[in-house]
Design a protein around this ligand. Structure first.
Ligand code: GDG
Length: 481
């Protein structure tokens, strides 16, 4: 792979920490790695509010050859930009939840203004030859704002969440403005080909654009490159976590709780463990998953007393009503299910809203016979990849994966694919996973392992940056003029 020399400037809502043996997710791992290699600047929100907000003094932290610079938001900016526009309008819309999406012009205005302010604040830091890489749905307008402020260098964008179909996207009052603004980037990256296709279809159908070839798209006088770059994990590091002492303790603890009273150690004495790990978010299909597990106990009664479902669901965005409502529904459903099926020595479903360290999580994955990943929509889903990386090659678990997760494109050769809306399908997949013979488990896992260890976070980052490096002249249009 070509080693690029340009300095990298990354922009994302949250900045850092630079990963140290991977306490962090895919974005942070991939970016940290690339930032350290290129040297660079990581720019974004401090996570704090102040009276000055986006006019506040910069906070800068330098580690090795990477500078992390952040600015604050005011309370009003936090609400309009982050809570309302990003999380109440864009997130549900792009995850096909028009029923939950709320649109209002006040938050639209604040969102645009925050993008403008971030661009203005970033401008003095930019140097000739930089590669600027903007991340995610918080900063759709950042590229066009940078261009308006006079930036002429290479400019890339990556969307971590799905790009929904044009029929759904066009419900957003600002849909045309947002997509036109995205055309200011030289390279626009998506998680999957499906997302890329939706974007291209919006451009051709709504904006009169034209596909020039399989990557280049022209709309008016702008030519932009679009491509799928599926994000991955630091697979080697993850596999190491899974055999760390901390992981081992957690794995052992789970084997203990799943041992039947008085039963000997080993497979015969154990109950089988199903695991789910997700931020508590309506896009993750948690409620549907609980119904699927309930159906398993109804239709395959041999699992009563013999299967335990552990759902790790750290709370997320609790200030947004839809998230508080979801928590309520999940607690209600879990309570109902346990009340219906539990016995004196068996609680079928355990949901936890606390978080774990990444090493502990790796141990939990390793103890599981089945990992249930059933989002109703997901850009990629890194949990699926982490589960695969954490498995014991001699006794790997089974991945049950939603057809609506971006990760399916890479893992479909080894997982059991389900439609998360179909309760019977989820129950049948669970039953298949719980009873799958060792040889088949190994065979399927090998296929997935190959994909996870090839499409790593590092690979994602490098392929994006290589393409961005080469893109500017081909893209043409605003850049350079
Ligand atoms: C967005 C997109 C895309 C979860 N619980 C704990 C914990 N986690 C970690 C997981 C995983 C990460 O959080 C979740 O990543 P996902 O990819 O599954 O989902 P989102 O948060 O929705 O991420 C998604 C991603 O961006 C990257 O582009 O894949 O589609 O929605 O790493 O392990 N980590 C720790 N304790 C927990 O309890 N330490």
């Amino acid at each position: 792979m070509a080693e690029t020399q340009s300095r990298l400037v990354a922009v994302s809502n949250r900045v850092g920490p630079l990963s140290d043996e991977g306490q962090a997710g895919g974005l942070v791992v991939g970016l940290s790695d690339a930032l350290k290699r290129h040297g660079g600047l990581w720019f974004g929100w401090s996570g704090e509010t102040s009276a000055e907000g986006t006019q506040s003094r910069e906070k800068t932290e330098v580690q090795e050859n990477v500078e992390m610079t952040t600015i604050d938001l005011t309370e009003e900016e936090l609400k309009g930009f982050y809570l309302d526009y990003a999380n109440r309008s864009l997130w549900p819309l792009l995850h096909y939840r028009l029923d939950l999406a709320e649109f209002d012009r006040a938050s639209d205005r604040i969102y645009r203004n925050v993008n403008h302010r971030f661009a203005v604040r970033l401008m003095p830091h930019l140097r000739e030859g930089d590669l600027v890489w903007v991340h995610d749905y918080h900063f759709f307008y950042m590229g066009s704002e940078l261009r308006q402020a006079g930036y002429k260098g290479r400019l890339g964008y990556f969307l971590h969440i799905p790009f929904c179909s044009p029929e759904v996207f066009s419900a957003l009052p600002a849909s045309h403005d947002i997509v036109r603004a995205m055309l200011a980037y030289d390279l626009v990256g998506f998680q999957t080909e499906r997302d890329r296709r939706n974007f291209v279809n919006f451009c051709t159908g709504e904006l009169g654009g034209e596909e020039l070839d399989e990557e280049r798209l022209r709309v008016g006088d702008r030519t932009v490159i679009t491509r799928a770059f599926p994000i991955g994990i630091d697979a080697e590091a993850y596999a190491r976590f899974a055999v760390s002492p901390e992981a081992g303790e957690h794995e052992e603890m789970l084997r203990d709780i799943s041992r039947r009273r008085g039963a000997p150690e080993g497979e015969e004495g154990g109950r089988k463990l199903i695991v789910g790990v997700d931020r508590m978010d309506y896009s993750k299909g948690l409620l549907e998953r609980f119904y699927g597990f309930e159906r398993l106990l109804e239709d395959y009664p041999e699992n009563r007393g013999n299967a335990i479902f552990l759902q790790v669901a750290p709370l997320s965005r609790s200030e947004v009503d839809a998230y508080a409502d979801l928590r309520h529904q999940l607690e209600h459903t879990a309570g109902h299910l346990n009340g219906r099926f539990a016995t004196l020595d068996w609680t079928p479903l355990q949901m936890m809203t606390r978080g774990f360290t990444r090493k502990a999580l790796a141990g939990i994955y390793r103890a599981a016979r089945v990992c249930l990943v059933t989002p109703l929509r997901d850009g990629m889903n890194l949990v699926a990849k982490e589960f695969v990386a954490a498995q014991d090659p001699d006794d790997p678990g089974v991945l049950v994966l939603s057809r609506f997760a971006g990760a399916l494109a890479e893992l479909k050769g080894g997982c059991i694919t389900v439609n998360p809306y179909n309760t019977d399908d989820v129950a049948a997949a669970l039953q298949k996973g719980l009873t799958m013979p060792l040889e088949e488990r190994k065979r399927r896992w090998q296929v997935m392992r190959e994909a996870v260890f090839t499409g790593t976070a590092q690979h994602w980052c490098q392929t994006f940056l290589d393409r961005l490096e080469a893109s500017h002249d081909e893209a043409g249009g605003t850049g350079g003029k």
